[in-house]
Design a protein around this ligand. Sequence first.
Ligand code: NAP
Length: 317
Amino acid sequence: MMNNLGKTNIQISPIGLGTWAWGERWVFGAGYKESELQAVYEQSLKSGINFFDTAEVYGMGKSERLLGRFLHNNNYATPVIATKFNPRMRFSKNALGKALKNSLKRLGLEKVDLYQIHNPGKINQWVNAIGDVFESGLVRSVGVSNYNPDQFREAYEILDKRGIKLASNQMHYSLLFRKHEFDGLLKTCKDLNVTFIAYMPLAQGALTGKYTPDNLPKGLLRRITYRKGLLKKVQPLISLMSEIGLKYGNKTPSQIAINWVICKGALPLVGVNNIRQLQEVLGAIDWRLSDEDMAKLDDITEHQYKDFYSRTFYRTT
Ligand SMILES: NC(=O)c1ccc[n+]([C@@H]2O[C@H](COP(=O)([O-])OP(=O)(O)OC[C@H]3O[C@@H](n4cnc5c(N)ncnc54)[C@H](OP(=O)(O)O)[C@@H]3O)[C@@H](O)[C@H]2O)c1
């Protein structure tokens, strides 16, 4: 059940685990316990999930440090580790190379499997810089993130001229944010055999059904984003997902939301913080929604939820 990451020979599971919340407080709220996160890491590998995504900015390096500790505390299987360079406020030409060395130190690795540019920044400068670290052997593959169709094409071509295959583009994508289906980016990635990594497939918990106008998520950024009005608006979609889930042996809204992303040909990157969540996420993989149910979900989200994020921090991603 493994897939190749883009055109590389790196084998990755059909979903990845995102570790933004690991060690992060202001987006997600009260910290998660290290022992629980380690259990998630180990159980994921035992269950066949081998792809983990982090970034230098997550928890100001804490997410990478935690992942580094977990990596070295067990040898069940070899994980595929992805991290990211953040070009914001980076002015020196060798900033990417230095940042990579610091990430490798925190992760305790000699090379990283996938190194990504977190946001576009100066495309020519940073894409060439990531090409340099690839050629020097410090990373096994390179990707970008939050690159719109034009920025993505530019990055792809810069690397292609150097004989380097862009492996992935990591983008916001879920039932509540389908922009990159409509602007053609998802299709372009498929046509070029670049893995489209879908972040926030559960809309940071809003698509799980557990957050309602009376039960808001923790964390400042989530509270600012998923206000009462938005959580009220999402309830008809949760009801439809629950209804559809009954046909597949009582699948939950979270499982429907993740399966929908897989059916669209993208790789969902799910933020999982405890074993219960992991078990549920694992139950989203080995089956497929019917064309008829995909059409129902597409229809409601295209018409009722197109502007879901329009007044939030995530409107342009
Ligand atoms: N490249 C970028 O710019 C970018 C941006 C955002 C995210 N990402 C990546 O994508 C990953 C995923 O995004 P995300 O974590 O923001 O959003 P997400 O995956 O949509 O949602 C994760 C949240 O959903 C809840 N959850 C997860 N599984 C659940 C389950 N089975 N049942 C109930 N609730 C469940 C948890 O909330 P509670 O903690 O409240 O229980 C968790 O924090 C990140 O970790 C990161 O690696 C990248």
